[in-house]
Design a protein around this ligand. Sequence first.
Ligand code: SF4
Length: 190
Amino acid sequence: MAEIKTAICRFCHSFCGIKVTIEDGKAVKVVGDKDNPMYFGYTCVKGRQLPAQHDNPERLLHAQRRVGNGHERIASEAALDEIAATIGRLIAEHGPRSVALYAATYTFPYPAGRAMAMALMDAIGSPMRFTSATIDQPGKPMSMALHGRWHAGPQPYAESDAWILVGANPVVSKWAAFPSTTLPSACTTR
Ligand code: SF4
C-alpha cells in the first residue's frame, strides 16, 4: 500500500519541499509539496527524478579500491586503514600540504560530512582546501579577498523593479541567481 511522506529534496542546496510516494518501502514518485511555505510546490526535473537516481543500478553503494583499470569492492574498515596508511606516508615524506581536500557541491546537503572533513584537515595541519568555488569560479573568493564584501545585504527581490539573471535559469534549478535571503514566494515558480 502506498503512503506519502513529506520531505526535502537534497539534490541541490535549495532544499525544495517535496512529497514522496512510498510503495512497499520504496520511493517511487516525487512531486513538489504545495503546502511548503517557501516553494509552494516547485520542484525541478532533477528533484522529480530522485527515485530513479536512488534505484540506479550503477549507484555507488560500497567503498571501492582501484585495481588495474577497474575497481573492486572493499570493506569500509579496510578502506579507511589503507587511506590512513597512504595519508600517513604522504605526510611523512612530503609534509601536511601534500594532502588536499576537495569539498564539492554535494557536500552542502550533508553538513556533517563537510565538518568532519574540515576537522580531518585541521588534525593533519593542511591548508590545502578546495571547493567548487575555488576550482570553477575562483574569481569570486579572489575578488572578495582583494576588494572586501558588500555588507549591506542583497537587494530584496520583492522590492526590486527588475532583475536580470545572467547564466542562471531558476526554472531549471533554484540555486543560482537569487541571494538566499530573497528566495521567499516572490520568486517561486508556481
Ligand atoms: S531545485 Fe531541483 S534539485 Fe534543487 S532542491 Fe529543488 S527540486 Fe531538488
